[in-house]
Design a protein around this ligand. Structure first.
Ligand code: GRF
Length: 196
């Protein structure tokens, strides 16, 4: 399974996935990272990890369709099978969804459908709920709405701060994302859906 990881920010989930591949826990190839923000920290990580990170800036294209078509032509050249969103701060449009139907997953730092959208950790913290978590789901045209593949709960303790909660959630994300991808890919192999 040849992956493209899409990231807009720090890229810690991208790194966790790439490291899992390197140590043989995730049976896939991280071919490249796609980033939409020129100064994102993920570029430094990618360089350190030896994975190409390619910038596509939406504002330099006349439409979302054109932007996605440019990315797709690179993904086709690289024979990418599957797209992993890891902190990609943009809705996937119909062009990309059509090309990679059922082959795009996302990670979100809440127990969806609770707290979709921006700053899900802050939303849960402000709501004073006792638990939140992490969700991995297939991507559809909505904001954090596609079919759920995996979820893990994280408790919010009485003395929790946003920072401690963020750390706890990230630790879960970095373990759960590679593990869930491995599960998805091994099930697809059994089902004969891969074109490897
Ligand atoms: C993660 O919390 C992920 O759930 C959300 O964006 C954040 C990305 O973090 N979608 P990083 O860039 O992987 O460090």
């Amino acid at each position: 399974m040849k992956l493209a990881i899409f990231a807009s920010g720090s890229g810690s989930n991208a790194e966790a996935i790439i490291q899992s591949i390197k140590v043989g826990e995730l049976d896939a190839e991280a071919a490249l990272i796609i980033c939409d923000k020129p100064h994102a920290k993920v570029f430094e990580r990618a360089e350190r990890l030896g994975i190409p990170c390619v910038l596509f800036q939406p504002k330099t294209y006349s439409s979302k369709q054109k932007y996605e078509e440019e990315i797709i032509s690179l993904l086709r050249r690289e024979q990418i099978d599957f797209i992993v969103l890891a902190g990609y701060m943009r809705l996937i449009g119909s062009t990309m969804l059509g090309e990679y139907e059922g082959k795009i997953v996302n990670i979100h730092p809440s127990l969806l459908p609770a707290f979709p959208g921006l700053d899900a950790i802050g939303q849960a913290f402000d709501a004073k709920v006792k638990e939140t978590g992490v969700t991995i789901h297939y991507v559809d045209e909505g904001m954090d709405t596609g079919p759920i593949v995996a979820q893990e709960t994280v408790s919010i303790d009485y003395n929790e701060t946003r920072e401690t909660l963020t750390k706890k959630i990230q630790q879960v994300e970095h373990r759960l994302y590679p593990k869930t991808l491995q599960k998805i890919f091994s099930e697809r192999k059994v089902g004969g859906e891969t074109n490897e």
